[in-house]
Design a protein around this ligand. Structure first.
Ligand code: GUN
Length: 287
């Protein structure tokens, strides 16, 4: 079998068009321009690339974008002071602090200092609790993007066996909540899971979010399953840097019913959902 390729890039373009139209309407009808502030501490090269593409996409959607680049040795006090300023700025509807932070900064303290209504990452403890209890919240962008692709492909997800490999706060745990809210039977697997291959073979929906290049081979995939590959791993191959996922695409796509490619799958949807969350935060702020 040859899997259908789930076109995250194309779907993301549709979401971004929809966001841009909503932005136009907010500007024309209410004189409001949604705005996103992104904070980057230090010089992690991958984070710099992500932050640049988030800023570019924000501007392309017609929104205001602010990039706050702070030195790697910025104190917690200075970072919290910036967050407080952004919390109190009515032109800023969304605040994103790029992770990971340098070791001397506690990400829990920093994230929980963001106004939950402006927490477009959905990482604040209030948003985590709201999502966990099925209430209206800001939903983390990467799992939200995965969910939208799954709904688009399957329609209803009710009753499907979903296996998520990876238990991070950014992807694995919120992905599990979202799939549970959509009535999947959810398993979170991780590095200590016994017989991971067998657990994966039970999945109608397999979400790979471990950050290890090509860790999941095709013979862990149930024939006809939908595979969502969240991994973005840089590897050296034939003297060039390439991006590969957590799934071995060549063998998995011969077995799966549908699969997201890397690049061009989950990545573009993450950015599209960040824009959508910013517009949502703006609309809620202006009631
Ligand atoms: N680092 C990797 N992914 C993310 C994300 O979704 N949000 C933030 N803030 N940092 C990240």
């Amino acid at each position: 079998m040859n899997a259908k390729i789930i076109d995250g890039k194309g779907f993301a373009a549709t979401v971004r068009d929809r966001v841009a139209k909503t932005v136009e309407r907010l500007k024309a009808d209410a004189g409001i321009t949604p705005g996103l502030a992104v904070v980057l501490v230090g010089e992690d090269p991958a984070s710099e690339v992500y932050v640049r593409s988030k800023g570019k996409a924000t501007l392309e959607a017609g929104m205001n974008s602010w990039e706050h680049k702070l030195d790697a040795d910025t104190s917690e006090q200075d970072l919290l002071a910036l967050i407080e300023r952004l919390n109190n700025d009515p032109a800023v509807h969304g605040i994103l602090v790029q992770l990971p932070l340098p070791d001397h900064l506690d990400p829990d303290v920093v994230i929980n200092a963001i106004d939950p209504a402006k927490d477009v990452d959905g990482f604040h403890i209030s948003n985590v609790g709201l999502l966990g209890t099925g209430q209206k919240s800001m939903v983390p962008c990467t799992p939200l993007g995965c969910l939208l692709m799954l709904r688009e492909h399957h329609g209803s997800l009710s009753g499907l066996n979903a296996v998520i490999v990876g238990r991070s706060n950014i992807v694995g745990k919120p992905m599990a909540q979202l799939l549970l809210n959509d009535s999947c039977t959810v398993t979170i697997a991780h590095s200590r899971t016994r017989d991971l291959a067998e657990v994966c073979r039970n999945a109608d929906i397999l979400v790979a979010a471990v950050g290890r290049p090509r860790m999941i081979p095709g013979d862990w995939v149930k024939p006809g399953a939908t595979v969502i590959d969240v991994g973005i791993n840089r590897i050296e191959s034939e003297g060039k840097t390439r991006l590969v996922g957590d799934v071995d695409f060549a063998s998995a796509s011969a077995v799966a019913g549908a699969i997201t490619p890397v690049p061009g799958g989950v990545g573009p949807m993450t950015i599209a959902c960040l824009l959508a969350n910013t517009v949502t935060a703006c609309s809620r702020a202006h009631g």
